[in-house]
Design a protein around this ligand. Structure first.
Ligand SMILES: C[S@@+](CC[C@H](N)C(=O)[O-])C[C@H]1O[C@@H](n2cnc3c(N)ncnc32)[C@H](O)[C@@H]1O
Length: 225
């Protein structure tokens, strides 16, 4: 599948796109955190061509929404798609370097971490840069064979890794089989999402049936994506 944009360029999108990969349960989890946590901004790392960024910018027009994308061509597409949205900014560069500065003016942000595919995995640096708001990490192994996850070499992105990188936080994973207002029609390529409250927000927002505590040292049954 290819996405054409009005500048005439062509970007290969594979078959992965869509806001939150078209997983509406993640959109509901995010909505819950933004509304119940009274959040004041959103930063997405790894914005790609802006599928999730555009959705967030249009759905939450009162919030500043910043996307950080390392590839200038992808960032240019994301910018073009959101250039009518005054609340959206696309920053080009390495999220490991730009995230702390992007969070500087926010007190209660949602930080959606989805930067990967490159040689370097910025996740540890990203997590080290966050000291407030809610964190959402995409592509996490939630021990469900229907859900994919990220893996760099032998290192699997799972709750145990998140606990090693940020042992001070209580980690949750999204509960995709809980009751949601809408069914998820995208069943073929879902991935897990993990969440934590990093300070300055009510951690009880995550005490909801849409979030669950992964057990320590969980048995892993998912498939690497
Ligand atoms: C899975 S895609 C993100 C999809 C996007 N979040 C969405 O929902 O549409 C991963 C993106 O992370 C970007 N990326 C990889 N390493 C990065 C880094 N260190 N800083 C910023 N972006 C990075 C890649 O170029 C790619 O566009």
């Amino acid at each position: 599948m290819f996405l054409r944009h009005s500048a005439g360029g062509v970007v290969q999108v594979e078959r992965r796109g869509g806001p939150f990969g078209f997983d509406i349960t993640v959109a509901h989890q995010v909505e819950h955190m933004i509304r119940e946590g009274e959040l004041d901004g959103i930063v997405e790392t790894g914005s790609f061509v802006g599928d999730t960024l555009e959705y967030l910018g249009r759905r939450y027009p009162w919030l500043p929404v910043v996307g950080i994308e390392i590839d200038p061509d992808y960032a240019a597409v994301a910018r073009r798609r959101t250039d009518d949205l005054a609340n959206v900014e696309v920053r080009v560069g390495d999220s490991a370097e730009l995230l702390a500065d992007s969070l500087r003016v926010l007190r209660r942000p949602l930080v959606y971490l989805d930067a990967h595919w490159g040689e370097d995995w910025p996740l540890a640096a990203e997590l080290g840069a966050i000291n407030r708001g809610f964190i959402a990490v995409d592509d996490v192994d939630i021990a469900d064979p229907r859900f994919g996850y990220d893996q760099y070499g032998d290192v699997r992105l799972d709750p145990d890794l998140l606990r090693v990188l940020r042992p001070d936080l209580e980690w949750y994973v999204g509960a995709p089989r809980a009751d949601y207002p809408h069914p998820c029609l995208q069943v073929g390529r879902r991935t897990g999402t993990a969440y934590a409250a990093a300070g300055g927000v009510d951690p009880d927002v995550l005490a909801h049936t849409w979030f669950t505590r992964p057990w320590a040292s969980q048995r892993l049954q998912g498939t690497a994506s």
